[in-house]
Every structure is written in C-alpha cells, then in structure tokens.
Design a protein around this ligand. Structure first.
Ligand SMILES: *[C@@H]1O[C@H](CO)[C@@H](O)[C@H](O)[C@H]1NC(C)=O
Ligand SMILES: *[C@@H]1O[C@H](CO)[C@@H](O)[C@H](O)[C@H]1NC(C)=O
Ligand SMILES: *[C@@H]1O[C@H](CO)[C@@H](O)[C@H](O)[C@H]1NC(C)=O
Length: 395
C-alpha cells in the first residue's frame, strides 16, 4: 500500500514537471524531432556548411560537415562516445567549430558509425540487421577515421591535417596510429581534449557504470537490443521526455551528468541544459559500451575481449593490447582536475606511454570536467585561446 502511495506521489511530481515543460519551445521541438541539425545551427551564427557522405572500406556511410576557411592544413574535429558532430557547435558562436572558423581555419567535423548522422550503410539496415551494430571504438579508429581523413586530404589536396578530439574522439586516433601506423604521417597534430585511453582511475559513478556493464549487457542481449542510447531507443526517448525540461535540471544534471562527468554548474547552466539533452545521447553500439567497460575493468588498453572466441579472432586466448609506441603522431594532451572519467592520473599514464607528446596541459579552471571542453559556457574564454595557440605553434 505505502509503495503505491509513493509511486503515485512520484508520478504526480513527474507529470507536474512535464506539464510545465510543454510551454517550452526547445522541449516541444525536441519531442517533435525539430531539433536543429549541425548545418542549421551553423547557419544561425552566419556560417555556411557543406555536407558530405563518406563511405568506409566496410560500407558504412558517415556524414562529414565542412566549414570552409582559408588557412591551409585543415582541422578535423572528432566527437566522443554516444555523441555526434553537433557537440562542437551547440554553443553557437562561442563553440569550438565556430571559434576555429572565425580564426580562418578550414574546419571539418566528423561522425563515427552508429550516431544520428552515421546510422547508414550501403547494404545493412540498422533497424533490421544486427551486424550493423557489430563495432566498437576499434572500428571507429580502424575504418571510420581512415575514410574521413583520406576524404579531407583528397578534397583539400593537403598531405596532413590537424585534429582535435574530445574524449573517445581521441581513443580512436590512438587505435588508428597503433593499427594503421602509416596514418601517423597524415596527422600533423592531435589536440586531445579530455582524452580517453586508460580507465584505471575512474571515479565514483563512472566506475560504477563500468562495473555494472556486464549486467546491462545481459539485459540488452535478452531484449535483443544492439543499439545503445540511439535517438529512437526507449531509454533515450524516456530520458529526453524527462530530462529535456529545464525544471528537471536538478534531478538530471545533478543526478546524472555531474556524477558521471564531474560537476560544474556554472559551465552547464539550467537554461542551456535542455539544448544538450536534445543533442545527447545520440547512439552507439552495445559492443562499444562493453569494450569501454572491459578497458576499465582490466585496466589495460586492450582490443575487444571475445572471451572463448579470442583464439579464433586473435590467435591468442587474451585480446592484444594496442601498441601505443606505434602512435608516433604529435599529441597535445589537455586534462581537467575535476574530470571523473579521464582522470589526471590516467592522462599522465597515457603521456608516459606515447612516444611523441608535445604538450601536456592541465586546464586552469578549478572545476573543469569531462564535458566542459565541448559544452562549457565559458570555455571560449579559458580554453579555446590555448587550443588556437597550440594549433599555430605546430602548424
Ligand atoms: C539539416 O537540415 C537541413 C534543413 O532541413 C537539411 O537540408 C539538411 O539536409 C539537414 N542535414 C542533415 C545532415 O541532416
Ligand atoms: C556571440 O553572439 C552574441 C549575441 O549576438 C554576442 O553578444 C557575443 O559577443 C558573441 N560572442 C562571441 C564570442 O563572438
Ligand atoms: C598462432 O600462434 C601460434 C603460437 O603463438 C603460432 O605458432 C602460430 O604461427 C600462430 N598462427 C597464426 C596463423 O598466426
């Protein structure tokens, strides 16, 4: 009986929150799927975007955005996990893509397979063919990045590009450099924001998530669900319907985002929160989430662990470690003191394993966490000038 009363009270609180939301434009547009896309956001701040389809060697179709600029040596931006190109432009005229464009750079913004701009394949249907979802960040590095990089170099006639990654957007460059060493030559410099590689020191909720992944994996497998937090999955729809409302900020920002990534309410304010929720999460594979949790649990930067199938796949009972000594491209690492995922200790460990780290910076902002580099309100003041400086130094 008491449970039923608690349940009814909760239900009435939720419906109260939601009824107040329906007057809000961002919220209504989001539920009606009228959220602005990358090209539209850029258009609002005065930049025309070219859209391209890049096809990978294994036939995935990835949308690539381009904001043309005069400076030679193009700059490629790669988003993190369950994210997409939008992350680099959601803040409009203070976002990283626009900041680079304003500084004259030729900016290319990529997407990895599985997100809202890359849920396409030449002959597989993501809604029907489970093989579509048979990938992790390994394939992002091994197939997606080479296709994107070669496309940009071919279009621009350049031999090398500079790259800026956020979170898993860096992991994939490490996989690329380790598994296809010839691509080290094509990357002039990787600016690694909140880089994800070793997850030996995950904090609090991030650690809990990694350790609960095996159970979650079972649930997904039983439900026959290979897509993870895609736009049209039930979990994402429920998340959007509830957290996309400004009034849910307390519950969702303080209850979900901050515990996972690190808390910085000044940088992710309640007014802007619904906009984030409209763009994030936007899908990856269950396999990718599992691969990341394996790295966290085994505390090694390993290939995907197929367990009893490892011998077939790798000719070894354990998955091989990615050989970071082969990642010879120049890397500039940017870490944050309050980052619960890419902790300073893990980024220092990465620095000690990479042969060509040219910069190691701890962002000078006390609460700088895992998400501020892309979504922070003031990063254009305290972080982007450093990024522009490093880009110029190693041009
Ligand atoms: C973004 O929206 C515009 C306007 O509706 C549309 O022309 C364009 O194809 C969209 N781009 C993507 C990548 O969805
Ligand atoms: C962004 O646009 C707003 C409103 O037009 C303006 O007040 C602000 O100065 C702009 N910021 C930058 C960094 O240009
Ligand atoms: C598999 O591993 C064994 C033992 O390390 C080695 O002798 C053999 O040549 C390997 N086979 C292939 C196909 O690489």
């Amino acid at each position: 009986m008491t449970y039923e009363i608690v349940f009814l009270i909760l239900l009435s609180m939720i419906s109260d929150i939601l009824s107040q939301c329906s007057n809000n434009d961002v919220y209504r547009n989001m539920l009606e799927k009228k959220t602005l896309n990358f090209t539209q956001i850029a258009g609002r701040v005065g930049y025309a975007v070219e859209e391209y389809d890049v096809i990978t060697q294994d036939s995935y179709i990835l949308k690539l955005f381009h904001i043309p600029g005069d400076k030679t040596k193009p700059v490629l931006l790669m988003h993190g996990i369950i994210d997409c190109a939008d992350t680099f432009i959601v803040r409009g005229n203070t976002s990283l893509a626009v900041t680079l464009a304003r500084a004259g750079y030729d900016v290319w913004i990529g997407n990895t397979r599985g997100n809202r701009y890359a849920r396409r394949h030449v002959y597989l249907n993501p809604d029907e063919d489970v093989e579509f979802w048979d990938f992790s960040f390994h394939e992002h590095g091994f197939y997606d990045l080479p296709a994107i990089i070669d496309f940009v170099l071919d279009r621009t006639g350049e031999k090398r590009l500079s790259a800026i990654g956020h979170s898993q957007g860096n992991t994939i460059f490490l996989v690329l450099g380790a598994t296809r060493p010839e691509y080290n030559e094509k990357v002039n410099l990787l600016i690694a924001l909140s880089p994800m590689c070793f997850l030996n020191n995950l904090q609090n909720v991030a650690s809990l998530m990694v350790h609960s992944m095996p159970v979650l994996e079972q649930i997904y497998t039983i439900a026959g669900q290979e897509e993870f937090l895609g736009d049209d999955t039930i979990v994402s729809r429920m998340f959007r319907a509830f957290c996309g409302c400004k009034r849910s900020y307390g519950v969702c920002a303080y209850g979900i985002f901050f515990p996972i990534a690190g808390s910085d309410p000044d940088e992710m304010e309640s007014d802007f929160f619904p906009t984030i929720v409209a763009h994030y999460p936007t899908g990856t594979s269950k396999k990718n989430a599992v691969h990341i949790s394996q790295i966290g649990m085994k505390k090694k930067f390993l290939s995907y662990d197929y367990e009893f199938r490892n011998v077939d796949v790798y000719n070894s009972s354990t998955p091989p470690e990615y050989d970071l000594s082969k990642v010879t491209m120049k890397v500039a690492l940017f870490a944050g003191k309050n980052d619960q995922i890419s902790t300073i200790r893990d980024v220092k460990l990465l620095r000690s394993r990479l042969p060509n780290v040219v910069e190691f910076k701890i962002v000078d902002h006390k609460r700088f966490n895992h998400i501020d580099a892309v979504w922070g309100r003031n990063v254009h003041k305290y972080l982007f000038p450093d990024i522009l400086e490093v880009l110029e130094t190693y041009r």
